[in-house]
Every structure is written in structure tokens, then in C-alpha cells.
Design a protein around this ligand. Structure first.
Ligand code: PLP
Length: 412
């Protein structure tokens, strides 16, 4: 019969349809996990079929107050009915107030607002270049660390110390100098009168949750002063409450104040917002017309961030205690699972380094209803929402133990 020759149209499940559309129409730059998320509440996410996941990665450190936080939802609803965007041609009620708040918590006076981490990095790079140029056209060198990550724009990858991010895009910015983390001799050797700035993650994130030593940070500060270079801390992943302080550099005693700090991820709870916060010396390098952003610092993002900072003050003690409890429980697991080599981190920025690649464990975690990721091949990375409780940690550890019990090293 003729009708049997006509193929039946494929009936796709909603998940298959979504994945198929992405395969056909998106740039194929991401390797996604096979999970379609639909909604979230508190620390939990739900997929299209209603399956629940305890979220220990929070959109790579962005969903700081989890999902559907009542105060954040309320503020977003209110502001959506009032004013979403003004451009920076005009004033609105929230940008100055948020800048004042950032000055109070950072100890640095002036803020520039943008929309992402890498855009904040670009702002800081332009500040470094303008500062150097104001002294000498040869003062263009920027020191950063091997194994660092500073974003995906051309400027940011120029100073990112992992060749895999740079190799396809060369030539990049001239003058990048990479030194190994905590190697004070190499740091001293890298500085010269051509150094315009040094950029450091206080705790390397993508690089595997590696804190830098206080001695190394202090020497970087001294050398930056000696050579009149700007010291920039990239706190896009390790800052804004996550380490159990407003910023990771504030874990030093006495506090080691940089010239510039950049931040983004958790600040507006999922609404894009990045900041460059600078002292007067660094800020004075940028004159009217030298930098800008159409969307940066819009009323919605700034108002949400102000609400976030009010809530963060209340949450800070629990970030410290729940973070400590999380690390303690993970460390205890090292007895049963000897392939865990080390547990590192501060507050709710935590890494567990394994003896083998942990990538396949992320999929096992998804099966167990637990979201985390793997960075630097062997480090399981946990950046949970700040509202995580000790009961959530207990649940997470039970699920993680099941993942560890079932999972063999990838090659076994
Ligand atoms: C330390 C650090 N800097 C910069 C960035 C880039 O931020 P974004 O992805 O928002 O551009 C990231 C992102 O993970 C980061 O961890």
C-alpha cells in the first residue's frame, strides 16, 4: 500500500525537541549535560519531568540566593512594572546607592557597572593600559598567574594562564607575563618598569579551587607599589560573600587592599551585573568618554543587587558555618574514598581533588539528583547557593557517597 512508503513523522518528547533545536540552530561551543531545567525553589531545581536536583553549583556561582527567593522575586516584579532600562545617558535611583554600598564593603571608592565577568575584566584591563600609557608608551606589561581564568573576551584570554583558552585566537594583547602561583621569585623576576598591572584571583576557580598564599599576595602588593603598577583582584568567582567575607582579599590580616577589584556572578542573583571597583588612583586613569556600556548598571540589576546585599549581611554567618561543615563532611569521606586527594576552599567555594578525572562523576551526580561540576579535569567543584543548610549538606553527602561508591576511575 502506498501509505506504508510515507515515513511516519517522528514523535519527539519535549526534551528531544529542545535538544534537537539546539543541535540545529546554536553555535556548537558548549558541551551540555543532558538535562533540561524548568524551575527552581530554594536550593533545588526541577527538570521538565519534575525530577528534583540539589544544586551545588548554582549556575557556576551565580544563583547566590537559590531560586524564587521571595524578596528577590518581589523586587524584580516591582521594578519590571516601573523601569527596566535607562541607558547611562540619565540617572536612576539605584546606581549611585549600589556604588556607595560597594565602596563601603570594599574600601575602594569608585565603581563602573557592566554586565558580566569578562566585561569587568576588560574594564580593568583598560584601566591598567590607560594607567601605564599615562606614564610611558612602553609600560604595557600585565602579570597574571599560570592556571588562571579571567573570561572569554580577547583581552581576558590574553592574560588567562591556560593555553587551551588562548591558542586559537593568537596574536593576543602584547605584554602578558605568566608566573606560577605562589612562586615569589618568579613574581619578582616578572616585574619591571614596563609593568602596568598585575591581575590575581585570590582563589583560582576554573583552575581548580587553589587559594594563593598571603605571602605571595603581599609581595605582589609591594612590587605593584614599587613599580607603580595597578594591583587587580579578580573576585568574579571567589568574591561577594562566597568565601565567607565580602571579598576573598579580606581574609588577609591586616587586610591587603588592591587598587582594583572586579566582581560579577552572585551579585544580582541571576540578573547580569559586573563591576569594576577602583581606588582614586586607578579610577583617575579613565577620563570622560574613555569607557562605557549601554546596559551596564541598569535599574533592575542595581535594585536587585541592593536587595541581595541586605540579605547577604544576614547570611554571612551561615556561609561560614555551613561552608566549614561542608568541608568537614567532604574531608571525612576521604576515609572511605581514598581517591579523594585533597579538600580545599573557603566558605562556600569548595573543591575536592581526585586521583583521576572526575568528569564522569558529574553525570552520575545528575542521576542521583545532585548538581556539581568538575574543573581542571580532576577537581569536583562546589559553588552552592548561600542559603544552603547543614541538612542540605547531609543530603548532598549521602548522594555523593552513592556517586563515589558506584563510580570507578574512568579507565577502570
Ligand atoms: C575568575 C573569573 N574571572 C572571569 C570570569 C568570566 O566571567 P563571565 O563568564 O561572567 O564573563 C569567570 C567566569 O567563570 C571567572 O571565574
Amino acid at each position: 500500500m502506498a501509505s506504508t512508503l510515507i515515513p511516519e513523522p517522528a514523535i519527539l518528547t519535549p526534551v528531544e525537541e529542545i535538544m534537537g533545536l539546539e543541535r540545529s540552530y546554536l553555535l556548537q561551543n558548549y558541551a551540555r549535560y543532558p538535562l533540561v531545567l524548568h524551575r527552581g525553589k530554594g536550593c533545588y531545581l526541577y527538570d521538565l519531568d519534575g525530577k528534583r536536583y540539589l544544586d551545588l553549583i548554582s549556575g557556576i556561582g551565580v544563583n547566590s540566593l537559590g531560586y524564587s527567593h521571595p524578596r528577590i522575586t518581589k523586587v524584580i516584579r516591582q521594578q519590571a512594572g516601573l523601569l527596566l532600562h535607562t541607558s547611562n545617558l540619565y540617572y536612576h535611583e539605584y546606581q549611585g546607592r549600589l556604588a556607595e554600598r560597594l565602596a563601603q564593603i570594599s574600601g575602594l571608592q569608585r565603581t563602573f557597572f557592566c554586565n558580566s565577568g569578562t566585561e569587568a575584566m576588560e574594564g580593568a584591563l583598560k584601566m591598567i593600559r590607560a594607567h601605564g600609557n599615562s606614564i610611558s608608551p612602553r609600560k604595557i606589561d600585565i602579570i597574571s598567574l599560570e592556571n588562571s581564568f579571567h573570561g572569554r573576551t580577547l583581552g581576558a584570554i590574553s592574560i588567562t594562564g591556560q593555553p587551551k583558552y588562548r591558542k586559537d585566537f593568537e596574536p593576543l594583547l602584547p605584554g602578558a607575563r605568566f608566573v606560577p602561583r605562589n612562586d615569589i621569585q618568579a613574581l619578582e623576576a616578572a616585574f619591571s618598569h614596563n609593568t602596568a598591572g598585575i591581575v590575581l584571583e585570590f582563589i583560582q576557580g576554573e583552575g581548580g579551587i587553589y587559594p594563593i598564599s598571603e605571602a605571595f599576595a603581599r609581595r605582589a602588593h609591594e612590587l605593584a607599589q614599587e613599580y607603580n603598577a595597578l594591583l587587580v583582584f579578580d573576585e568574579i568567582q571567589c568574591g561577594v560573600g562566597r568565601p565567607g567575607a565580602y571579598f576573598a582579599f579580606q581574609l588577609t590580616d591586616p587586610v591587603l587592599l588592591p587598587d582594583v577589584v572586579i566582581a560579577a556572578k552572585p551579585m544580582a542573583c541571576g540578573i547580569p551585573l559586573g563591576v569594576v571597583i577602583a581606588n582614586e588612583k586607578a579610577a583617575s586613569a579613565i577620563k570622560p568618554g574613555m569607557h562605557g556600556s549601554t546596559y551596564g548598571g541598569g535599574p533592575l540589576a542595581c535594585r536587585v543587587a541592593l536587595e541581595f546585599f541586605d540579605i547577604l549581611d544576614e547570611l554571612m554567618p551561615s556561609i561560614i558555618t555551613v561552608g566549614g561543615y561542608f568541608r568537614m563532611r567532604l574531608t571525612e569521606m576521604m576515609h572511605e574514598f581514598s581517591f579523594i586527594k585533597e579538600v580545599r576552599g573557603h566558605g562556600l567555594m569548595i573543591g575536592a581533588e581526585l586521583e583521576f578525572s572526575g568528569k564522569h562523576l558529574v553525570l552520575e551526580g545528575i542521576k542521583e539528583g545532585l548538581l556539581f561540576n568538575c574543573t581542571h579535569d580532576t577537581v569536583l567543584r562546589f559553588l552552592p547557593p548561600y542559603i544552603l543548610t547543614e541538612q542540605d549538606v547531609d543530603r548532598a553527602m549521602s548522594a555523593l557517597a552513592r556517586v563515589f561508591r558506584n563510580a570507578k576511575p574512568p579507565e577502570a
